[in-house]
Design a protein. Structure first.
Length: 320
């Protein structure tokens, strides 16, 4: 059985579309957990109305604690061998669960199934995001592990199937203290516990993009600190898996540099905030791998746009 976990918070406008797409699945062996995170609109009432019509639905209501706590509660209440997460403003195609489940039948060794998605926009300019690689990957092989944890869609918990026993046995939970990036952190730790990962280019998840995000207005230095911590975690995991050749170094160097690019391009951080960035940044690693990144292009941009203070900070840091 698959447990479908849907965190719900003030999505009355979109919730029916989400729930109906799940109830309309051609694959029938699933339960649906609708977990209301203290909504102040009619979301909870909508959940309860659907639950009264279908006994596969479990509705849980709790105080507002955030999406990480909500997903963790869903994991603890799930009865299925497999778990999938669907956001309450998104929807899935009718063959979504069947297709992901079929990948398990095709590869019964897999601990994780990942697929693609469609970014949906209200203006109709939709775009398809597929994994960069497909097939069955052995996490014990360096190159294959690298391909798993560096795919773009590893940052999201949707369009995936997780083995519940692996989550529980390894005590993997979403970190409630993270205000941003909790999905990629969870997935990185989960990937490290997998033996085999099945990646398919199937696209059956519709991700609604142009809805106001809780990230809007979040301080850049807070987000950057979380990004840098994730980078440091990724670097340690690469090292623990023996990943040390030029391809891995180039990937990490570019990830780090583009994070710093967000800081340098704004030029609005205070001396205290820049000091915090300094403390989290592995400048030695970046200097040793600077040949892989286009540092000169960014410095030229900063100087031409008269962001001299930020350009000086970045140049000085790279030359230490």
């Amino acid at each position: 059985m698959i447990s479908v976990i849907v965190p719900v918070y003030n999505v009355g406008e979109y919730l029916a579309r989400c729930v109906e797409s799940i109830l309309d699945q051609s694959f029938l062996d699933f339960e649906l957990l609708l977990i209301d995170d203290g909504s102040t609109d009619d979301s909870l009432e909508i959940c309860r109305s659907y639950a009264s019509l279908d006994n596969r639905i479990l509705v849980i209501s709790k105080e507002n604690e955030g999406v990480s706590v909500t997903r963790n509660l869903g994991i603890s209440k799930a009865n299925g061998e497999w778990i999938t997460f669907i956001d309450s403003d998104d929807w899935v195609e009718r063959d979504y669960l069947k297709t992901l489940n079929d990948r398990l039948r095709y590869n019964n060794k897999a601990d994780w199934v990942t697929s693609g998605l469609i970014f949906r926009y209200k203006n109709g300019n939709d775009s398809v995001e597929k994994p960069e690689v497909t097939g069955c990957f052995d996490t014990h092989l360096q190159d294959e592990f690298f391909k798993i944890v560096t795919q773009r869609l590893v940052t999201s918990p949707v369009c995936k199937l997780y083995r519940k026993s692996l989550i529980e046995d390894n005590k993997i939970l979403f970190k409630a203290g993270l205000s941003y990036g909790e999905d990629r952190d969870f997935n990185l730790r989960y990937a490290c516990c997998c033996n085999f990962v099945e990646i398919t280019d199937y696209v059956g998840y519709n991700y609604q993009k142009d809805i106001p995000s809780s990230l809007t207005g979040r301080p850049l230095d807070t987000m950057l600190a979380i990004d840098l911590q994730y980078w440091n975690d990724l670097k340690k995991i690469f090292a623990s898996h023996g990943l040390s050749n030029e391809e891995y170094g180039a990937y990490l160097a570019n990830r780090l540099f583009f994070m710093l690019n967000d800081v340098a391009a704004t030029g609005h951080l205070s001396e205290t905030q820049l000091k915090a960035v300094d403390d989290l940044t592995d400048w030695k690693f970046l200097r040793n791998n600077i040949r892989y990144v286009k540092a000169g292009r960014l410095l030229k941009y900063l100087i031409s746009n008269k962001k001299i203070k930020t350009a000086t900070w970045l140049y000085s840091a790279l030359k230490r």
